[in-house]
Design a binder for this molecule. Sequence first.
Ligand SMILES: Nc1ncnc2c1ncn2[C@@H]1O[C@H](COP(=O)(O)OP(=O)(O)OP(=O)(O)O)[C@@H](O)[C@H]1O
Length: 260
Amino acid sequence: MSLSTDNSQLTTANSPLALRADDLVAGYERRVLLRNLFLSVPEGAFVAIVGHNGAGKTTLFRVLTGQLPYQGTVEIAGRDLRTVRRPAVEGLLAHLPQRNVVGFPIEVRELVVMGRFRQHRGLLAGYTSADYAQADAALREVGAAHLAHRDFTLLSGGEQQLVWLAQLRLQDAALWLLDEPTQQLDVYYRRRVFSLLRRWGQEYRKTILCITHDLEQLPAMPGYLLNMSAPEPQLQPLSRASVDAARAWLEDEASLARME
Ligand SMILES: Nc1ncnc2c1ncn2[C@@H]1O[C@H](COP(=O)(O)OP(=O)(O)OP(=O)(O)O)[C@@H](O)[C@H]1O
């Protein structure tokens, strides 16, 4: 895969793009958070999105999931986002938000198997034993097999995050948006989740955009870094050096002052 720099962006010469943003502008009322953002994300790439609190990371996901109006052009797998009413329902992407509340008691395994929902749309028959086998396998992969028969609403925050990841694993969308998926996890599970994302991305050719404050996990990940607190956010190859540079920028008072 050859990388070329185009308008300060990393693009691949031959591989198709999972996501393209051209001159994207979005925000709230009088507050513009995404200013003329240009992005070209190749299919199958992992992109870690970092930045200060309030830098606009989740706002970018709100645009991609069709929840926020924007100016400019956004294409997902070559489709103009303006022509897609509900990108997740139509299977263009799967989204794991920062907080996801379930208001009724439900067994963990039943929640995970719902990741197969799109494949079953229109079918009167429920989930099959093959679907449940996939749910069980995903729970094992995230290290949460022991939670399969527990009531999801009674789990700890970290346990719930693992369950959502297992459910995500069952979704068929080629683009995954994860908003701080390791926020409530202990150090063991954080490492495990990043290594799973790496493996799932490669094995199932998923394009993964992952908002995270967990910089220490990133140098081991092949992919790209997008620092939303930078004056002109753009994709950079993930490496020890690029992560250290982002960390130095984020720890610097001067960079915070620029956001005000
Ligand atoms: N509906 C809204 N109306 C007005 N301002 C909003 C709205 N939603 C979010 N904001 C503001 O936009 C800014 C960016 O929010 P966003 O959630 O994108 O930040 P973030 O980079 O994801 O931050 P964090 O790391 O804290 O999750 C914040 O200052 C937030 O208060």
